[in-house]
Design a protein around this ligand. Structure first.
Ligand SMILES: Nc1ncnc2c1ncn2[C@@H]1O[C@H](COP(=O)(O)OP(=O)(O)O)[C@@H](O)[C@H]1O
Ligand SMILES: O=P(O)(O)OC[C@H]1O[C@](O)(COP(=O)(O)O)[C@@H](O)[C@@H]1O
Ligand SMILES: [Mg+2]
Length: 715
């Protein structure tokens, strides 16, 4: 072996004759992996075609797989015919198995015509069970002998990528010919001039000594080749196909489907990978000829026989579309990672208020980029947006961020204000950053939309990805923002404390203030979760204090009934009352958010005054403000998982070349959403929706909806 290279925990060697093996190099140059993955290139390809893919396999399945990129059929040798190549590949696989005695399992990953070559090779490598049945299991006979193998190894995955399983002669099977019958016919006559014997096999006009076309022979066991028996014994068969922009191999032939089987691509959303537009598990279907196609046209009949034959085994079919990628026109042959890992310089910035889970997101972006894609260059921008131009950066590696998810706050610090789009983008350009991960709330996303626009305007190849953060859950479109669940859970501790306090005294009134500037989600969910809360007040549902149906009346009633009562109030509730009372000016923070007056203190005072002065009744007021304590804690288990998902989604999206998007679940499906869409409106509690109705049913508090009862308030 020569040219051994060690890069980022992946070993790759190239032999004198060019063979490329890749494995994890944790311990030494001999691999302990027991799963052999054979990667097969397509027509005119070479063993370097799968270099990136092979390294990714080894990175994510460290110490499990030993990857061998086939090298016996390179370049012009790919024109020798599927059978000749299949035989060479079979020999090559046996050589690898001999060289690596640890191997127990085998999988194939093959591109384009390489999928047909691999199908031929496994037909050759098939070893039937040594014993016919279990009764023959005599002493000394291993149970493994009862199973068929591929070259003595246990067959696992047989994966084809854009492989013309139904040949290339049918209508639109070579999209490059525009589906024009005349062109397709002409191609049939000239294909062997370009692609020689392989061309004949693909166009199924081969005629070896009067035998049926090779692809037809390969849908059965034929002679000493066990094509279908071999395919059947793999645990999984997966066919990846391009639904568009593959000009070489059409969708039908690569996904083994009939003209009539068009899936509803537009309705499908993959949770993790944006370019997967449809997935289907097709069970083995042991029917004879389908009635769908008329038998008139002999070619259609042949294609139908191939579909029927190959459908006798189960297939997982995965349809991909790269229509939004810049390299979509190379969909057939380019692994669609927009950024080459070595060229990525990513940065992460956190803006706005704190929220449990920010550190988990930072950690998972850094680790995701590194472990999944081998990206090593990640910068942390310190102190929010202004950090781009006024603060230092920090180099983020998996080691640096390893433990940060256990801490609250943000490892990168945060700020409000300082949003100067031009200066930020100048800085992105100066630092040669090409992926920007922005963690923040609604304000941050408005800033991110401007950054994305400026990046586009300047024509920079920079991916801008948002990860929505806010305990207020006020970001529209997505189901919920991370950290929200943790905040609701932590709020329980404050409510419990209030409950213990007011239960222990006479006429105890507990007021717990929770965050929620414009949206009362935390207050609503904390109330629903607790059952100790008598009344929940949120910004979306105006309330009044005095008169029939007012808050004072309700407090009095609950004290009479239970001896105590608890109110949960969101900080943004009742601000109009306060502003009126204090004649406060409309003050804003550096980001332009309205500065709130302390509604908790105000309400406590009002309740105390009412009962002592008006009702002449002693009450025990306990006011608890846990707001900053709640958002400063690390995320709980479910938020931690959620943060991981969001971070990995953002990484996959950016690496695939998406930009100007934010990530999050929409109706439980993970989606990429244009940044501008999430800032159009703010997510608020709908008091006419079921959740608020559930809360009213649970607390039995006044709805404060009857405006005729709204009495002018004396402050
Ligand atoms: N309309 C806006 N346009 C551009 N940047 C904004 C806008 N609103 C807020 N920002 C910036 O986004 C960052 C965070 O916003 P802020 O409202 O404080 O927090 P959050 O993103 O959590 O809602 C700040 O640096 C702020 O300057
Ligand atoms: O940290 P500050 O500036 O006091 O802001 C408090 C505000 O931050 C929040 O916790 C989160 O707000 P953002 O999501 O807009 O950052 C609000 O609930 C609260 O009103
Ligand atoms: Mg906000």
């Amino acid at each position: 072996m020569e040219n051994g290279t060690v890069e980022n925990r992946v070993c790759s060697t190239e032999s004198v004759n060019g063979s490329r093996d890749v494995w994890s190099c944790k311990n030494s140059d001999s691999s302990s992996a027991d799963h052999l993955v054979i990667m097969v290139h397509g027509i005119l390809g070479s063993n370097t075609d799968w270099k990136f893919g092979a390294e990714q396999f080894v990175r994510s399945l460290r110490d499990k797989v030993f990857v061998h990129c086939s090298e016996k059929n390179m370049l012009r040798l790919t024109l020798d015919g599927v059978d000749v190549m299949g035989n060479r590949l079979a020999e090559e696989v046996l050589e690898v198995i001999q060289r690596q005695p640890n191997l127990k399992k085998i999988s194939f990953v093959a591109h384009s015509v390489g999928g047909l070559v691999a199908r031929y090779a496994i037909g050759r490598l098939y070893r039937p069970p040594k014993k016919e049945n279990v009764e023959d299991l005599t002493e000394g006979t291993s149970r493994d002998n009862l199973k068929a193998t591929i070259g003595g190894l246990e067959p696992m995955n047989f994966i084809t990528v854009a492989t013309p399983h139904l040949g290339s002669r049918g209508n639109k099977q070579v999209p490059f010919l525009f589906g024009v019958a005349a062109f397709e016919k002409a191609a049939n006559f000239v294909i062997h001039l370009i692609f020689k014997r392989t061309g004949r096999h693909l166009f199924m006009n081969d005629d070896d000594e009067g035998k049926p076309p090779l692809l037809k022979r390969m849908i059965e066991d034929y002679g000493d080749c066990f094509f279908m028996s071999a395919l059947r014994i793999f645990k999984r068969r997966v066919a990846y196909s391009n639904v568009g922009y593959d000009h070489i191999v059409g969708w039908r032939t690569s996904s083994i489907r009939r003209n009539t089987e068009l899936p509803k691509w537009e309705d499908y959303i993959n949770k993790e990978y944006p370019h997967i537009v449809y997935e289907e598990c097709c069970k083995a279907c042991d029917t004879e000829q389908s009635e769908l196609i008329s038998a008139d046209d002999s070619f259609d009949k042949l294609e139908e026989e191939l579909v029927t034959g190959l459908s006798r085994v189960s297939w997982e079919k995965v349809d991909a579309s790269f229509h939004t990628c810049r390299q979509r026109f190379a969909a057939h042959s380019v692994i669609q990672v927009y950024f080459m890992p070595d060229e990525v310089r990513a940065c992460i910035v956190t803006c706005g208020g704190l929220c449990p889970g920010i550190n988990t997101v930072i950690r998972e972006i850094v680790c995701g980029l590194n472990y999944m894609y081998g990206v090593n260059d990640v910068l942390g921008i310190m102190g929010g947006y202004r950090g781009f131009y006024s603060k230092n950066t920090i180099n983020l590696t998996p080691k640096v961020v390893n433990d940060i998810h256990k801490r609250g706050g943000t490892f990168l610090c945060t700020s409000r204000g300082g949003q100067d789009t031009n200066k930020i983008v100048d800085n992105i350009q100066d630092r040669r950053i090409n992926q920007v991960y922005i963690i923040g709330g609604d304000g941050t996303h408005r800033g991110a939309a401007l950054i994305y626009k400026e990046v586009e305007k300047r024509g920079l190849q920079v991916a801008v990805a948002g990860i929505p953060k806010t305990i207020d859950n006020d970001i529209a479109v997505i189901d919920k923002s991370f950290g929200f669940d943790t905040a609701v859970e932590e709020a329980q501790r404050a409510i419990n404390a209030a409950h213990v306090e007011v239960e222990s005294v006479e006429n105890g009134v507990g007021i717990v203030k929770l965050m929620g500037r414009y949206s009362g989600f935390i207050a609503m969910f904390a109330t629903l979760a607790s059952r100790d809360v008598d009344c929940c007040l949120i910004p979306e549902s105006p309330f009044y204090l005095e008169g029939p149906g007012g808050l004072f009346e309700f407090i009095e009633q609950r004290i009479k009934e239970n001896g105590h009562m608890i109110i949960v109030i969101a900080e943004g509730a009742g601000q109009d009352h306060l502003a009126q009372a204090m004649q406060a000016a409309d003050e804003r923070d550096a980001s332009g958010n309205r500065l709130l007056l302390d509604v908790g203190l105000w309400l406590s005072q009002k309740v105390k005054d009412h009962f002592t002065k008006v009702k002449k009744m002693e009450i025990n007021m306990k006011y608890i403000d846990p707001t900053y304590m709640i958002r400063a804690i690390p995320s709980n288990a479910s938020d931690n998982i959620y943060c991981t998902l969001l971070a990995q989604s953002a990484v996959h999206g950016a690496m695939a070349g998406y930009t100007g998007f934010t990530v999050g679940p929409v109706n439980s499906r993970h989606a990429y959403i244009p940044i501008a869409r999430v800032t159009e409106v703010q997510n608020t509690v709908k008091v006419t929706d079921r959740m608020w109705a559930r809360l009213l049913a649970s607390t039995n508090q006044p709805s404060f909806l009857n405006s005729s009862e709204m009495l002018p308030e004396t402050v």
